[in-house]
Ligand binder design. Structure first.
Ligand SMILES: [Zn+2]
Length: 262
C-alpha cells in the first residue's frame, strides 16, 4: 500500500536518477571539464618570420571612448603572424584558401606529441615516426582525422624574438619541426587533417626547402604554428577547436585555437 514514506523515497530515487542522467559523462563527446586557450595574444610584440625590429602587426585607434563615445581600432597584420593557420593554398596551387577549409575539419581529436627532451638538446630536432610510435604505444592508435601537435617547449622563448627565431651564424633560424617521414606517416596512414607546433613552422627552422609544407599542402592538410600552452593539454583525449579568420583568398591567417579537455 502506498504511504507517504514510500512516496517520499520514490520521489528521492526519481530525482537522483534524473540528476545522474543529466550529469555529463565520459561517454558524451561534448563533455569537457576545461577549455585551454592554445593562442598567443595578437599584438605588436610577437616574434615575426623575417625577424625585423618593426612588427608586421599594427593597430591604430579609429575612435576612443573619451572623444568619440566608442572604442574602435583599425589593425593590419601578416597572414602568418602570431598563432596562425596555414591553409593548403599557402604551398600548393588550387588548394583550399583559409576561408575554404570545411568547418568539419576544424573541430577534431587532438594528439600531443611531447618531444621536449629531444628538442632541448637539439634545436634542429625533427619529430620522427618513432615519436608517433611511442605515443601509440602509450595511448593506442591515433584517432582517424585528428590534429597532431608537436610540443617542443619552444613557446617558453615567445617573449624574445631573438631566442624564438634562434638565428645562428649560418644565417638560418634553428628550431624544431616535423620530419617529412613523420608527416607522411600521419597523413597517409592516420588521415590527420592538421599538424600543429609551438614553433614558427612545421618544417624545422633550418630548412631551405620546406618539404613538410609542400607535402601536406598537396594533401589538403592545414598547419597551426606558434601554438601556445601545450603543457596544459593531456597527450590524448582532448578535442581541438580551430577558428581561423575567414579571410577570402587567405593563404592563412590568425587563428583562435582552443582545446576542450575532458
Ligand atoms: Zn604559416
Amino acid at each position: 500500500m502506498l504511504n507517504w514514506k514510500t512516496f517520499a523515497i520514490g520521489c528521492s530515487l526519481a530525482l537522483a536518477l534524473l540528476l545522474f542522467a543529466r550529469k555529463p559523462s565520459m561517454s558524451n563527446p561534448n563533455a569537457h571539464r576545461a577549455v585551454i586557450d592554445l593562442t598567443h595574444t595578437l599584438n605588436d610584440r610577437s616574434p615575426n618570420w623575417e625577424g625585423t625590429e618593426k612588427s608586421p602587426f599594427q593597430a591604430t585607434d579609429l575612435g576612443n571612448l573619451e572623444h568619440d563615445g566608442y572604442y574602435s581600432r583599425h589593425f593590419s597584420t601578416e597572414e602568418h603572424y602570431g598563432t596562425h593557420l596555414d591553409a593548403p593554398a599557402h604551398f600548393a596551387a588550387g588548394m583550399w584558401t583559409v576561408d575554404q577549409i570545411p568547418a568539419e575539419r576544424l573541430v577534431r581529436p587532438l594528439v600531443i606529441l611531447d618531444v621536449r627532451n629531444a628538442a632541448k638538446n637539439n634545436a634542429d630536432y625533427e619529430v620522427s615516426v618513432q615519436d608517433v610510435a611511442a605515443w601509440e604505444d602509450a595511448h593506442g592508435q591515433i584517432p582517424e582525422g585528428a590534429v597532431v601537435m608537436a610540443y617542443t617547449g619552444w613557446d617558453e622563448r615567445w617573449n624574445s624574438q631573438r631566442e624564438f627565431r634562434n638565428e645562428q651564424s649560418d644565417h638560418l633560424t634553428h628550431y624544431p619541426g616535423f620530419s617529412l617521414e613523420a608527416a607522411k606517416f600521419l597523413v597517409k596512414t592516420r588521415d590527420v587533417v592538421g599538424l600543429g607546433i609551438d614553433t614558427m613552422s612545421v618544417d624545422k627552422g633550418a630548412t631551405t626547402t620546406y618539404p613538410v609544407h609542400y607535402f601536406t599542402s598537396q594533401e589538403s592538410v592545414y598547419h597551426l604554428e606558434n601554438v601556445a600552452n601545450l603543457a596544459l593539454v593531456p597527450p590524448a583525449g582532448a578535442t581541438v577547436v580551430v577558428a581561423p579568420v575567414k579571410l577570402e583568398n587567405g593563404s592563412g591567417g590568425p587563428a583562435r585555437v582552443l582545446a576542450l579537455v575532458r
